[in-house]
Design a protein around this ligand. Structure first.
Ligand code: S3P
Length: 437
């Protein structure tokens, strides 16, 4: 079946209902990668079956693990206690997390692996990860331009390093820690600003010791080399970054009330919810519980009168993927919403500052773009446009949500890319009453 070449969201009736968040993308990647590195069986429940994750599942198999799909979201990975040279190229598709974590995971084994990705991934910087891995002893050969895929890794004996993060990036931290498992000595990552800690939590669940010391506003993470991972059970919590889209619709479409169940509430992921609350959003969290080493809960958003706020730059890491949908909701707030210290947005699946600024401006919203941020001032949202997404799933979903509350419809191109992180997005939104098609 060929996917449609565009998708349109039209303003309409209030949205109402209860939906379940798809599995978290970060935890899903890690469950497959750690499962492949471990000895024995890892049983995964609630795996996100998005295209990014399916690429990582294929990679895990190519590196020598047995990977089986048992049912919807239910996967079994049988690891051999190490990775081996894969046949063919490891194609990570659109997934920065997939390729960067796999490079780290593979670096400490005596193997050769060629990595590649789609047009978007080929534009993204890799040296932020390959630099520290090379300092540990891995070798990277670039097919074309240095710092960009395709690249070939020659792994083997590694030495531990101490790495001080200059960008708050969980991908860099995770790649180094995964390589550190097979390095001589104790690998240390110092984060002046904390980034999401799923790798640390999951390494412990797979039997490794990870020592974390608070340091200033950040932390120092230490991992002794030579530790073996053992297969385990992983319950993947719902993805707050995906839950953000139906919740945003609940906030901006008049008369709406939307509940998303099973949302992960790890404080390093909930910066958007905090920001929305400061904007005056009616967000209620209920049924809070522990599941699979994370706090999860049900989040309800009711239509709200929002006001613009200044988002503290130090909050950026805890909501870096959420600025596009925050910008869309800011278009309906009274006054300016100031988002700064988010230069990292320019090296995501697309230049997200540029694309959100262009899309919102085309919809009649006042936007001031800065090198490392943007300011969105709420007012009438005209809509009536077709937005270029550059194949970025979150740019597409953010504009579709915007279209549900604009004066006129909003159309996006390349809607097939939404399936990288949120397969079933359109059906889920239609189930709430959204006019998307
Ligand atoms: C992720 C970390 C973030 C985020 C990405 C997922 C992860 O990237 O944008 O979608 O799973 O570690 P950075 O760590 O590069 O900021």
């Amino acid at each position: 079946m060929s996917s449609p070449s565009e998708l349109t969201a039209r303003p309409g009736a209030p949205l109402r209902g209860v939906v379940v968040a798809p599995g978290d993308k970060s935890v899903s990647h890690r469950s497959l990668i750690l499962g492949a590195m471990a000895q024995g069986v890892t049983e995964i429940e609630g795996l996100l079956e998005g295209d990014d994750i399916l690429a990582t599942a294929r990679a895990a198999a190519a590196f020598g693990a047995a990977v089986e799909r048992l049912g919807e979201g239910r996967w079994r990975v049988t690891g051999r206690g190490g990775l081996r040279t894969p046949e063919g190229v490891i194609d990570c598709g659109n997934a920065g997390t997939g390729v960067r974590l796999l490079m780290g995971a593979a670096a400490g084994y005596p193997l050769t692996a060629a990595f590649d990705g789609d047009a978007s991934l080929r534009k993204r910087p890799m040296k932020r990860v390959t630099g520290p891995l090379a300092a540990m002893g891995a070798r990277f050969d670039w097919t074309g331009q240095e710092d960009r895929l395709p690249a070939t890794l020659s792994g083997g004996a590694l030495n531990a390093i101490e790495h001080v993060q200059t960008v708050a990036s969980a991908q860099i931290k995770s790649a180094i820690l995964l390589a550190g498992l097979n390095a001589a000595g104790t690998t240390v990552v110092v984060e002046p600003e904390k980034s999401r800690d799923h790798t640390e939590r999951m390494l412990r669940a797979f039997g490794a010791q990870v020592d974390v010391m608070e340091e200033g506003g950040g932390w120092r993470i230490a991992l002794r080399g030579g530790q073996r991972l053992a297969g385990t059970v992983v319950a993947v919590p719902g993805d707050p970054s995906s839950a953000a889209f139906p919740l945003a619709a609940g906030l901006i479409v008049p008369g709406s009330q939307v509940t998303v169940r099973d949302v992960m509430l790890n404080p390093l992921r909930t910066g958007l919810f905090e920001t929305w609350r400061e904007m005056g959003a009616d967000l209620a969290v209920s049924n809070v519980r522990e599941s699979g080493g994370e706090t999860v809960g049900d989040v309800t958003a009711r239509h709200s009168t929002l006001k613009g706020v200044v988002v503290p730059p130090e909050r950026a890491a805890s909501m870096i993927d959420e600025y596009p949908i925050l910008a869309a909701t800011a278009a309906f707030a009274q006054g300016p919403t100031v988002m700064r210290g988010i230069g990292e947005m320019r090296v995501k699946e697309s230049d997200r500052i540029a694309l959100m600024a262009a899309g919102l401006a085309a919809c009649g919203v006042r936007v001031e773009e800065e090198p490392e941020g943007f300011i969105v001032t709420g007012g009438p949202v005209r809509g009536g446009v077709r937005v270029t997404t550059h194949g970025d799933h979150r740019i597409a979903m953010s504009h579709l949500i915007l279209g549900l509350a604009a004066d006129q419809a909003v159309t996006v191109d390349e809607p097939g890319m939404i399936a990288t992180s949120f397969p079933g997005f359109v059906e889920l939104m239609r189930g709430l009453g959204a006019d998307i098609g």
